[in-house]
Ligand binder design. Structure first.
Ligand SMILES: [Fe+2]
Length: 479
């Protein structure tokens, strides 16, 4: 049934388009002005080599410039060294998450000992002062021109930090005009370094460092008005396996495993870095936090939680493309983390499969929120089928669905002088396999009705994270 085939979201697109005016059905609000810039897979092969995991494909940027009800589109591969190597030498240059390098064993050993990371920046985008960059869990950001999407430079995000890489999911505090993020080093001792970076993209200030004997994996963290909350997964890396992999070709994916540890919520004072509390909960695996805030001696943390490490290990291309994929299920859950430490209480807010949790970040990021927006997946697909809005106060749910179409991360953009938390729109790139095309859909965030869609002249592989940069919005964090 190719007409309803979600596998179209896992197929390479090599066509790069520059500033194509899109046909619009319905309408985009006149007040909506700015760039939605997303990132995600573009090519699922490196020469002859089939890339094996969803985090491996070569990154492709996609940009929607919205102005006066019109939408202009561009897409382009990021010209990383991994991309150049794949294109010129036809193989994998560095240890990709699920695919070992196509390099001689001596090169592989040198890479492991020297701490070589992929520079293929597939996860998302970050703003660094006046620059915009494509990022992943790597020391390197690839700077690009937001007009042409041309790759223009490289930036070492670990400069000034004693860390091997930084997370792709950075926070931005609009009042402080500062970024917060974690520097990470995996090894015999794994460290997470909380740091602040000024809004102009200048040098980072390390605030504190967490140390672990084992190697827990962390993809994002939460920020409240006073605290940074690091949710430390009870799942992570067998670093001996990674070292061995230089010879055996074991990958990050092969080395990913339970650590026989609970989930730990480490609460840090974001001003001083001081350790405030640690609370634990039974193991769960977390990629993304929706939001967190303080309340009566506790921190409320809403996030998407999976049962275990299969949230990573099941995202192989072979499983995702399977007729009957066996996929992990993430639920929207709430943890209440006592500031006195001890046990964090868990409550399920909404049964999944859901991912890409989003709030009105500018308005309620770090403080009490009412609405969480998510991409939800029905049982027939590897890819989301709905955009879902959960009112976490009343439990009321609204959904948008277009049968056979697959919406990506819903990005919230607030209306000017918004009267309510959900006064705005959601922007989501939707894959429509039936027409072998994608579209940018604009939903009313209050009702989840579709206001308009802009039709792309081609199909985009299903993407990961994006940011909306309005004229007065220097950065909504993606979390
Ligand atoms: Fe992510």
């Amino acid at each position: 049934m190719p007409s309803a085939d979600y596998r179209a979201g896992f197929r390479t697109q090599t066509e790069e388009l520059e500033n194509v005016r899109l046909t619009i059905e319905g309408s985009f609000p006149e007040w909506l002005r700015g760039d939605l810039i997303g990132n995600g897979p573009g090519r699922f092969e490196a020469g002859e080599t089939e890339l094996r995991h969803w985090f491996d494909p070569l990154a492709m940027l996609r940009r929607f410039r919205i102005d006066d009800g019109e939408v202009t589109y561009a897409n382009r591969f990021v010209k990383s060294r991994d991309y150049e190597y794949a294109t010129e030498s036809g193989g994998v240059r560095t240890p990709f998450p699920g695919t070992p390098p196509d390099r001689p064993v001596w090169t592989r050993i040198r890479q492991v000992l020297g701490g070589t990371f992929p520079d293929n920046p597939i996860i998302g985008v970050q703003r660094l002062g006046d620059e915009v960059a494509a990022v992943t869990e790597s020391p390197t950001a690839l700077v690009f021109d937001p007009d042409t999407l041309e790759t223009t430079g490289r930036r070492d995000l670990t400069a000034g930090l004693d860390s091997d890489l930084t997370l792709a999911h950075v926070h931005y505090d609009h009042d402080e005009a500062a970024f917060y993020n974690l520097g990470v080093s995996y090894g015999r001792e794994t460290t997470f370094t909380l740091f602040r970076r000024p809004g102009d993209g200048g040098a980072p200030t390390p605030l504190t460092r967490l140390r672990f004997d084992e190697s827990p994996y962390v993809h994002s963290f939460a920020l409240t008005e006073r605290y940074a909350v690091v949710t430390v997964n009870g799942f992570g890396l067998d670093t001996a396996g990674l070292l061995r992999g230089a010879v055996t070709r074991e990958t990050f994916l092969d080395a990913f495993r339970p650590l026989d540890a609970p989930t730990r919520f480490v609460v840090l004072d974001r001003e001083t870095g001081e350790h405030e509390a640690t609370a634990t909960a039974p193991p769960a695996f977390v990629y993304h936090h929706a939001n967190a805030y303080e309340r009566d001696g506790e921190v409320v943390v809403d996030l998407v939680a999976f049962d275990d490490e299969r949230a990573v290990t099941r995202l192989t291309m072979s499983n995702l493309r399977d007729d009957d994929p066996d996929l992990p299920v993430g639920d929207l859950v709430r943890y209440r983390v006592p500031l006195s430490g001890g046990e964090a209480a868990r409550e399920r807010l909404y049964r999944g499969p859901v991912e890409f949790p989003m709030v009105n970040y500018r308005e309620v990021g770090g403080s009490r929120h009412r609405y969480v927006y998510l991409a939800e997946t029905d049982e027939t697909s590897s890819l989301p089928t709905d955009v879902t809005k959960v009112d976490v106060e009343t439990g009321t749910v609204r959904r948008w669905r277009d049968a056979g179409a697959h919406p990506g991360e819903p990005v919230f953009v607030s209306a000017p002088e918004a009267a309510a938390e959900d006064d705005g729109v959601l922007l989501s790139v939707v894959l429509v396999p039936e027409t072998d095309r994608s579209a940018l859909v604009c939903l009313d965030a209050e009702t989840l009705t579709e206001r308009g869609r802009a039709l792309l002249p081609h199909r985009l592989p299903y993407g990961f994270h994006g940011q909306f940069y309005g004229p007065s919005s220097p950065g909504r964090s993606m979390i």
